[in-house]
Design a protein around this ligand. Structure first.
Ligand code: DC
Length: 229
């Protein structure tokens, strides 16, 4: 029965606004939320904590398979516990993001996280945010979105976000990091970042967050997956 719950997949490169958009759409519809990137980040954080090298694939896959993680609240302010400790902010650092990108390139790690991700699919529906939600994890999702924005715009958004948090970072180095991470995510041999053939691509470079949320809600309504709000 849970298999038939509708899924909206939102894939795309980092910084395109997937996290914020997914959270807002899930909240508006009252659907569940899967932040799949958090699972890769948690795997990386657990590996660092247990001093497992980031290229030891079998050990990393074991960590991914036995990840002791609890998502306390869905929606607006999700808190995540790793081995009983609050890891909400620790998984958001650039270092953990970088380690997550390396860990995510390993096929055994992706395989170990597959069922855990599918278990999030429950009534009344799921918004799944990631890189391979539409191409691998939920191939039968009735609506697949590929959210993009230019690398320059994504660097600008990240810069703004960091400045608001009181962190001084150079725009040009952020742009370089974003381009390097994109290249790694797109060129890896397993589940590379690309739109599913049946995905709708939405470029958010010139769109505001409410405009994107409205557009996605419209698409869901048009397909009979949600009622007009
Ligand atoms: O979206 P994010 O920045 O939290 O993702 C962290 C890393 O995990 C990023 O390098 C891409 C990778 N990832 C992935 O390979 N597949 C997913 N479904 C989600 C994230």
């Amino acid at each position: 029965m849970s298999d038939s719950a509708p899924v909206l997949t939102i894939d795309g490169p980092g910084g395109a606004g997937k996290g914020t958009i997914s959270r807002l759409v899930a909240a508006r519809l009252g659907w569940h939320l899967l932040d799949s990137g958090a699972l890769y980040r948690l795997t990386a954080l657990a590996a660092v904590k247990h001093e497992v090298p980031l290229d030891d694939e079998p050990a990393l896959a074991r960590i991914a398979a036995s990840l002791d993680v609890v998502f306390l609240a869905e929606g607006e302010s999700a808190t995540v516990l790793l081995e009983g400790q609050d890891a909400t902010t620790a998984i958001r650092t650039e270092q953990v993001g970088d380690a997550a990108s390396r860990v995510a390139a390993l096929p055994a790690v992706r395989q170990a996280l597959l069922q855990r991700q599918r278990d999030f699919r429950k009534a009344p529906g799921l918004v799944a945010d990631g890189r391979d939600m539409g191409t691998v994890v939920f191939t039968d999702a009735p609506l697949k979105i590929f959210l993009t924005a230019s690398a320059e715009e994504r660097a600008r958004r990240r810069h703004l976000q960091l400045r608001e948090a009181g962190v001084d970072a150079s725009l040009s180095s952020l742009l370089k990091e974003i381009q390097a991470r994109d290249a790694r995510d797109m060129q890896r041999s397993v589940a590379p970042l690309k739109p599913a053939i049946d995905a709708i691509t939405l470029d958010t470079t010139r769109l505001t967050i409410p405009e994107v949320v409205d557009r996605l809600t419209e698409l869901l309504t048009e397909r009979g997956l949600a009622s007009a709000t």
